[in-house]
Design a protein around this ligand. Structure first.
Ligand code: HEC
Ligand code: HEC
Ligand code: HEC
Length: 431
């Protein structure tokens, strides 16, 4: 045998051995099934706390398919690796987590491994949930275990090879999972720590608001909370890179998280809306205040130019005469005029102060103009009609280009008309 062949052979032997070692280490034991714990095992306070934690974690947002029973799973998540379906997390013994002991539940939340010993995909944000303390996980478990059991088996998740091999998550976890609970930051106040605990842990803000690498893991360090995406929407940076023309302050963040609307920023429209409706708006006031304290600590100390921008833009909007400006006054002005007249319907978000105008991506604006806002984050905000059938791609592009260049004074987005067409097609099925 020549030298090269020998080398190739020993290399493959080495690779095989490595694969075998990986396999052995990645095997996780099944945790024995239990008979579902009786409701009497949990106190009413514990269950109530668990309910709030479940709201914060958006469990039902992801575990309920359209029109399906709450928490029974089956909602599809399209990822670049294939479609992942959320699991049934009702206490059904056959199809849900009814026979999961607390240690089995804790292992799923902290290490992303289910009762049967299978690795879970990070579409389930266990990389954030892992930071939760044991007492909170116990309360969450109590709440889930006293919910109505639903017998329903979600469709099977089958990703493209090699991601179809769940064992591969062993390596992924080794690289990207930092198991909790979260350490306390002694440099910061108690309130800041509470906010960080809620936002980084069950609140999983970074799951959408941080960019991800090719392996689908959140980028950390200075990229943490520097903007990401969710379901085709872009989630703006929440740190110093925030595109918002006015710095987010504590009071505005609290308003946004409670009501889905902050006067100097705007409304929650896309995937952020359910995060508020079913999550943040259900939290005790103190907790929302704490999250705001944590988030404001990342904001740069800019001066607040808000009022000035507002008046300037109001005037500009009245004066401008261009195809885009005319389109705006025809289609949008009735509800979005600046500082003039009474607000007749819902809130009147100032488009000028809206982060979407300052973002690198026009996608959120395109989506809002095409389909409107049929489901406001909280009822008082009103709904906005969609313009899918009223405006052509070209008209939408001209209109958005006007908002972008005249109002926001930013360089125009390239190929806007093509982008409108692409998003129109992507969203055609869901009116
Ligand atoms: C962003 C969407 C999302 C959120 C939020 C979410 N989950 Fe999930 N969860 C999933 C998906 C998707 C799966 C399936 C993962 C897989 O098949 O690998 C899953 C799986 C699970 C599993 C494993 C079940 C099993 O039978 O293997 C448990 C337990 C679970 N989630 C509990 C929760 C709890 C509790 C919350 C709220 C604190 C929550 N999830 C919030 C998406 C989510
Ligand atoms: C019938 C009134 C109405 C018309 C017409 C209207 N909007 Fe709206 N718009 C609203 C309301 C109400 C909201 C807030 C809805 C909510 O949050 O539930 C809103 C929200 C928005 C938002 C989200 C702002 C933010 O803070 O994220 C954008 C962007 C927007 N509108 C753009 C437009 C554009 C562009 C047009 C014209 C093509 C238009 N709107 C026409 C009522 C209207
Ligand atoms: C499921 C994904 C998702 C999660 C989880 C999420 N967000 Fe968002 N968020 C978005 C998206 C997308 C937008 C922008 C479009 C919209 O309103 O949906 C947004 C917008 C925001 C905005 C407005 C930013 C601006 O400049 O206009 C704030 C503030 C915000 N989110 C805070 C939070 C906080 C705090 C958390 C955690 C407690 C959180 N988000 C969790 C997806 C998410």
């Amino acid at each position: 045998m020549n030298r090269w062949k020998k080398r190739a052979l020993s290399l493959s032997a080495l690779l095989l051995a490595a694969a075998a070692v990986l396999l052995v280490f990645s095997l996780q034991p099944e945790i024995v099934p239990v008979t579902p714990p009786p409701a009497s095992q949990f106190s009413a306070e514990q269950i109530a706390r668990g309910k709030t934690l479940s709201a914060l974690g958006d469990c039902s947002v992801c575990h309920t398919r359209a029109g399906g029973p709450r928490d029974a799973g089956g909602l599809a998540f399209e990822t670049q690796f294939g479609t992942i379906y959320s699991s049934n997390i009702t206490p059904d013994v056959e199809t849900g987590i009814g026979n999961w002991s607390y240690p089995a539940f804790k292992r799923a939340m902290r290490y992303g491994i289910n009762r049967q010993g299978h690795y879970l995909y990070p579409a389930f944000p266990y990389t954030s949930f892992t930071l939760s303390r044991d007492d909170d996980l116990q309360d969450l478990y109590a709440w889930l275990m006293v919910q109505p059991a639903v017998n329903y088996r979600p469709p099977r998740t089958e990703l493209h090879f090699p991601f179809s091999i769940r064992q591969g998550m062993f390596a992924w976890n080794w690289l990207y999972l930092k198991p909790g609970p979260a350490p306390v930051n002694t440099q910061q106040s108690e309130e800041w720590n509470r906010g960080a605990y809620l936002g980084e842990g069950l609140g999983h803000c970074s799951a959408c608001h941080s960019p991800r690498n090719l392996a689908g893991a959140e980028k950390g360090g200075s990229q943490h909370l520097s903007g990401g995406s969710a379901e085709g929407w872009s989630a703006p940076a929440l740190n110093a890179h925030s595109p918002a023309p006015i710095v987010w302050n504590h009071q505005q963040l609290v308003a946004f998280m409670r009501n889905g609307y902050a006067a100097s920023h705007g409304v929650a429209t896309g995937p952020m809306a359910p995060v508020i409706t079913d999550g943040l708006s259900q939290l005790p006031e103190n907790d929302v205040q704490a999250i705001a304290t944590w988030l404001t600590s990342f904001q740069p100390p800019w001066p607040d130019h808000g009022k000035e921008i507002g008046t300037q833009a109001g005037q500009q909007m009245m004066q401008a005469d261009s195809p885009g400006a005319r389109q705006f006054s025809g289609s949008c002005m009735a509800c979005h005029a600046q500082n003039t007249g009474p607000t007749l319907y819902g809130v009147r978000p100032s488009l000028l102060l809206n982060s979407n105008l300052y973002s690198d991506s026009p996608d959120n604006l395109i989506r809002i103009v095409l389909d409107g806002i049929p489901h406001p984050a909280t009822p008082g905000l009103g709904t906005m009609p969609g313009f899918r059938y009223q405006l052509t791609n070209q008209q939408i592009a001209v209109l958005l280009n006007y908002l972008r260049t005249d109002l926001a004074q930013r360089a125009s987005w390239p190929d806007l008309g093509d982008r409108v067409e692409a998003i129109r097609q992507q969203t055609e099925a869901k009116p």
